[in-house]
Design a protein around this ligand. Sequence first.
Ligand code: 13P
Length: 287
Amino acid sequence: MLVNAKDMLVKAAASGYAVGQFNINNLEWTKAVLTTAQELNSPVILGVSEGAGKYMCGFKTVAAMSRAMVESLGITVPVALHLDHGSYGACLDCVEAGFTSIMFDGSHLPFDENIEKTSALVKLCAERGLSLEAEVGSIGGEEDGVVGMGEVADPQECGRIAALGVTMLAAGIGNIHGKYPANWKGLDFGALDKIHQAAGSIPLVLHGGTGIPEDMIRKAISLGVAKINVNTECQLSFQAATRAYIEAGKDLQGKGFDPRKLLAPGTEAIKATVREKTALFGSAGKA
Ligand code: 13P
């Protein structure tokens, strides 16, 4: 059964570990994340970007596939199906499609508009039993080959968004999606500490979980981070394993072309990444 992310994150924040959000792109990716979470007895969050949702034939298809897969694979650990960085319209679509959790990313909007739209979604999510992630201070990342540095969120604004009743809060603390540039200054723990105090007991979310050094991950968890998002690292490990398989000519052996065989090494690589990150985040055995 799919659940919302509230209980798993409240428990994680209270116990000093973080639950991994692993972004999915297709059936194999979803299966790899679910079976690994089950193997590790860890709660898990399936992240779906708007683009990945479109690729997988829309949010309804993703929700139906995820629900059916949880059932047919006999998954018993808590699993949340979560929209990643949603626009307001995508949030409404995911509520209708049967997602159990959504992120509204209003960080690029004027702050009052972020407040207004987040408030409306707090109400809707409470009525429909979903968890809601809000964002203050945008996360950096690569666009057209240029890596933008992440913003540092204003703790006072974080406190105001947290007080609206959101389930979890993503606050920019210098984190970046994808690969970190050589001149990256690291996470701003002074800001995180202030945000943690201003946001009360709300679980905090750390985006850009791919390139953050392990000691910084552990320190962030000690300062209230209870959910960490990982996307790029699964893509990189999938790509490297698939390339190695093709370069070794293994796809040409056997009888004809079998897409199941071609995707198998990449899928195993995703599982290895999920194992490694889940061990680092400390959520193994916590289902
Ligand atoms: P990475 O791509 O850096 O792992 O970040 C993922 C993320 O934060 C998704 O919202």
